[in-house]
Design a protein around this ligand. Structure first.
Ligand code: SF4
Length: 240
């Protein structure tokens, strides 16, 4: 198969994406409703059934990734971790020092605070999925560059398509601006729902909030984060 030819899964994803747009159009029209039989609904769901194998395949494809300059300075590639069927995915900007050493996302001081926030949501890290926009540590903890983000982002999008979460929390400016394709800052975007279109045609609700590292320096902002996560709890059916 040539590199330009879509795989059968990609082709199916496009068909389902078009079908979803078509049904959404009719659903919003005043002249009637579109009913989908349980069998059809099940078939559509089955096309994208979230499985651990999907994430495993994505990780395998990354391998010892050298696709961008961030590969040079990393100790470990930080793929992401958690439940392959999580209702909630939390996305940061990239690994820091501790994450690079351990190969796991959010394990430093900011990670400890994130773990507490997840616990306050009546969840734990094994029930959510945690990942970053880029999977290798930018030197000196600088922001990842646009070309690095562009190279790495397709893998995160594939992770989201494999997991099919009900909501994504973006932590801070970089993941929020990247996933929502905006230059607007986190202060204006947080506390409101936004929508991310995935390449397979599905959409996922996105709630931006402050990064835990920012909270460590600005404890007064925890109130806003608690407000944001309560909205998320409500959206994914958790009691606050
Ligand atoms: S940041 Fe992403 S694209 Fe760049 S080397 Fe790491 S895994 Fe590969």
């Amino acid at each position: 198969m040539s590199m330009d030819q879509p795989t059968s899964r990609q082709a199916a994803a496009r068909v389902v994406g078009l079908l979803a747009d078509y049904l959404e159009f009719y659903r919003t029209q005043p002249f009637g409703r579109v009913e989908i039989s349980e069998r059809t609904s099940g078939l559509l769901d089955g096309l994208f059934a979230p499985t651990a194998e999907d994430l495993t395949a994505i990780r395998a494809e990354l391998g010892d990734c050298q696709r961008c300059a961030l590969a040079e300075g990393r100790t470990n590639l930080v793929f992401g971790e958690g439940s392959a069927t999580a209702d909630l995915v939390l996305v940061g900007e990239g690994p820091g020092f501790e994450e690079d050493v351990q190969g796991r996302p959010f394990v430093g001081r900011a990670g400890e605070l994130l773990t507490k926030i997840i616990a306050a949501m009546t969840l734990d890290r094994s029930r959510v999925y945690i990942a970053n926009i880029v999977k290798c540590r930018p030197p000196g903890n600088r922001d990842p560059r646009p070309d690095e983000i562009a190279t790495c982002l397709p893998f995160l999008m594939r992770q989201l398509m494999a997991i099919v979460p009900r909501a994504v929390i973006t932590l801070g400016n970089v993941p929020t601006r990247t996933l929502l394709r905006t230059e607007t800052g986190i202060t204006r975007l947080r506390g409101h729902w936004h929508r991310l279109a995935l390449p397979d045609g599905r959409t996922v609700d996105v709630m931006p909030t402050f990064h835990p590292a920012f909270l460590l320096r600005n404890a007064a902002k925890k109130k806003e984060v608690w407000h944001d996560v309560q909205l998320v709890m409500d959206r994914i059916g958790l009691k606050s």
